[in-house]
Design a protein around this ligand. Structure first.
Ligand SMILES: Cc1cc2nc3c(=O)[nH]c(=O)nc-3n(C[C@H](O)[C@H](O)[C@H](O)COP(=O)(O)O)c2cc1C
Length: 359
């Protein structure tokens, strides 16, 4: 029984101890709560005041009321608006300073950069490439700074066309000088290059047959009949020089096919190209019939684009087939001056028969 009483007494004492501790804690919580309530009330008051000030400012903006004066106070600004209202702007409290961080340790210094110096050094009379004064070695061998003399490269062009044209206007001109100039040019160039030379002639030559023969003897591998001079014209209203159409028409073909017909008969070993007035497959056919091996075309391609070439070739093939020819060679030169009848027509210069025919 005594033992039981002792246990109850001990339990009662512990209970009293616990109750006292609890009471102290509750007191502290009540005090903290009261302090918190006071601070919240102050904050609320302060916030309400700021909100009121802001509202005044927003109202002022809406009513287009502006600030008449601004005075700095100990903890903010006092604004006076144009409607007389005052607005107090209070600075917020400064935050507490942060604690200093700990210093970091210094990094190590980097190495200086190095720019390699490429140079040249002689050894036994030969120059070699170096880096920083040391020979560059590739598979253990020094790299020479100079190479052996290379062989001449091949010419890029398959042939060269010499366009020789000039207006002979000197009073002191000696007949034949112009033709001799052609001969000298061809002889000089032919002696220096090893690709075929073709000479494009102007039409202002007194005897294209003799010149073609002479040029062939000096190394020309073909002639082009003919180049076209810049077509000068006169504007009679402005009294000034102009350029007539730069382009040819099929009527310009006449003198080229005439001389092609005569030259290919007289100098058959010399290939001839017709240029000037080939504006359709018909011009190509006429040139081939006159003995030409090729045509050169500028105006038609400039006017119609490169597609003209395909169209002309297709039309030429159709004509050839319709005439029953299998190849160009079967009709090439068929109408040149090798046939005396053709020669008669090609060398005709007078209109006389034209007038007699229309009577
Ligand atoms: C707009 C134009 C520019 C030309 N320019 C040159 C030239 O710079 N050099 C030249 O040798 N011939 C020139 N020619 C002449 C052509 O090479 C060609 O001999 C001439 O036009 C006759 O050919 P086509 O009837 O096919 O036009 C030119 C021709 C044209 C239409």
């Amino acid at each position: 029984m005594k033992k039981i009483l002792f246990v109850i007494a001990a339990a009662a004492m512990m209970l009293v101890g616990c109750t006292k501790e609890l009471t102290q804690k509750v007191d502290k919580i009540e005090k903290d709560l009261a302090s918190l309530e006071t601070r919240v009330a102050e904050l609320e008051k302060s916030l309400n005041s700021e909100v009121a000030n802001l509202k005044t400012l927003i109202d002022a903006v809406e009513k287009k009321i502006v600030v008449a004066s601004a005075t700095q106070t100990s903890n903010g600004w006092e604004l006076v608006l144009t409607d007389g209202k005052k607005v107090t702007l209070t600075n917020g409290k400064d935050g507490a300073n942060g604690t200093n961080g700990t210093n970091g340790t210094n990094g190590k210094d980097g190495k200086d950069g190095h720019t390699p110096v490429v140079g040249i050094k002689a050894e036994n009379g030969v120059l070699y490439l170096t880096v920083d004064g040391e020979f560059i070695l590739v598979d253990g061998a020094k790299v020479p700074a100079t190479g052996a003399t290379g062989e001449n490269g091949a010419a890029g062009a398959d042939a060269l066309e010499l366009n020789v044209m000039s207006l002979c206007t000197r009073k002191s001109y000696t007949y034949g000088d112009f033709e001799k100039m052609h001969e000298a040019i061809v002889a000089n160039v032919a002696g220096k290059i090893n690709i075929p030379i073709i000479v494009k002639l102007g039409a202002n030559i007194s005897n294209p047959v003799a010149l073609a023969d002479s040029l062939y003897a000096r190394g020309a591998k073909g002639v082009v009949l003919f180049n076209r001079f810049y077509p000068t014209d006169i504007d009679i209203d402005k009294m000034s020089f102009t350029m007539s159409s730069p382009f040819t028409t099929s009527s310009d073909l006449s003198q080229s096919i005439r001389w092609a017909g005569i030259i290919t008969a007289s100098v058959p070993q010399l290939p001839v190209a017709v240029s000037g007035g080939v504006d359709s497959y018909k011009g190509i056919v006429k040139s081939i019939l006159s003995g030409a091996s090729a045509v050169e075309v500028a105006s038609a391609i400039m006017k119609n684009g490169a597609g003209w070439i395909t169209q002309a070739n297709e039309a030429l093939a159709t004509w050839q087939k319709e005439k029953g020819y299998g190849t160009i060679n079967e009709y090439k030169g068929k109408m040149n001056a090798a046939d005396p009848e053709n020669a008669d027509r090609l060398m005709r210069t007078q209109f006389l028969k034209y007038f007699s025919e229309i009577h």
